[in-house]
Write a protein that binds this ligand. Structure first.
Ligand code: FES
Ligand SMILES: [Fe+2]
Length: 365
């Protein structure tokens, strides 16, 4: 999780990146967040050709595919097809039909729980990855009677459709998606969503949280926030206690962020305004990352007299991602960084994060 600690003070003087951001208001800012970034160096030149870390990723919100719908997807530098069968379950497979290579997600049809190719109607089972039916043939070729199409482990939680990514498709999920009780609680709002495209890697984004020195120079916090870091087997987190400036005075705030794998992270804010931020971070290409932030808040607070404060907190968190994006879009992954004594535990973070790479050459300092 990035930059959460700097949510503590939004009213410090402008810092370097504001030269870019201060001109952007309203729709211009929303457009800038997802705009193409042309003429960038290749992923190899920027040290981003290190593969994707494995884990569960929240690809889309649950209503992205309704029963009987099929859609194309592109994540992890691959074309995929996603559909929801009559039984209500979502399937995700590789996109290309084994027959003559049509894209199953463009014009395919859901047939019961099977996905029918748009070209010649071969019907695939999305769990087994086999062809179950060819309406115009007497016999199904043996090569497609056994597993021939990659199927991705799928689960639904927190209003999102998750897939398990691992470069070795035989590796089953190593942990479960963490369920948040606030989501779906009638006393809490539904997600307020915000979206960015970051032209960088998910690891660079994750490193931001332990890069304590940047909070001052990028986010304009007065002091380096003090964080108690937690390092688990597959997840890590931090509790940041901070004095938060509000229009009515300073309050004690607590920001807790947690991750489970590279693709699941969430942040709980307590103090000014209770908020749960659920982040979806999914690589599209080696140097393109789709980032969505969903915020839920207690209705009593989001719709009550303190609604302004609740909205201001969300705005401030989004602003910090804007500030980091200016750097992330252009930075290179420096595999051998020179670290000074004021830096946070960046080498420790990289050592720890290297567990998510099947071939772990990339992450060492
Ligand atoms: S290409 Fe898919 S059925 Fe022919
Ligand atoms: Fe940051």
């Amino acid at each position: 999780m990035s930059n959460t600690a700097s949510a503590t003070d939004a009213r410090t003087p402008p810092v370097a990146v504001w030269q870019i951001l201060e001109k952007l208001r309203g729709q211009d800012l929303v457009d800038w967040r997802v705009a193409p970034l042309d003429e960038r160096p290749s992923p190899a030149e920027r040290g981003l050709d290190i593969g994707f870390p494995y884990g569960w990723y929240a690809l889309e919100q649950a209503d992205f595919v309704t029963i009987g719908q099929v859609k194309p997807l592109r994540y992890f530098a691959q074309d995929l097809a996603i559909w929801r069968g009559e039984d209500g379950r979502v399937r995700v497979t590789d996109a290309w039909c084994k027959h003559l290579g049509a894209h199953l997600g463009h014009g395919g049809k859901v047939h019961g729980n099977l996905l029918e190719c748009p070209f010649h109607a071969w019907r695939y089972d999305g769990e087994e990855g086999v062809v179950k039916d060819i309406p115009y043939a007497k016999a199904i070729p043996p090569q497609v009677k056994r597993k021939c199409l990659r199927t991705w482990p799928v689960t639904e939680a927190n209003g999102w459709i998750w897939v398990w990514y691992h470069p070795d498709q035989t590796v089953a999920p190593l942990w479960d998606v963490v369920v948040h009780e606030e989501y779906g609680d009638p006393a809490w709002t539904d997600y307020a969503m915000h979206e960015w495209i970051v032209y960088g890697s998910i690891q660079n984004m994750a490193e931001n949280g332990v890069d304590v020195a940047h909070f001052k120079y990028i986010h304009g916090t007065a002091d380096v926030p003090k964080a108690e870091l937690r390092w688990g087997e597959w997840g890590r987190g931090a509790d940041v206690r901070a004095q938060m400036g509000t229009p009515t005075g300073v309050v004690d705030g607590l920001i807790s962020y947690d991750t489970m794998g590279p693709g699941q992270s969430w942040v709980r804010f307590r103090g000014i305004s209770e908020t749960l931020l659920v982040a979806s971070l999914v690589p599209i290409e080696e140097d393109v990352l789709r980032v969505r932030y969903g915020f839920v808040q207690p209705k009593a607070q989001a719709e009550g007299p303190d609604a302004g404060l609740a909205r201001a907190l969300v705005r401030d968190i989004c602003k910090q991602l804007d500030q980091d994006k200016v750097i992330w879009d252009r930075m290179r992954y420096e595999p051998n960084p020179i670290i000074c004594d004021g830096d946070g535990p960046i080498p420790q973070f990289r050592q720890w994060y290297s567990r998510y790479y099947a071939v772990s050459a990339a992450a060492q300092p």
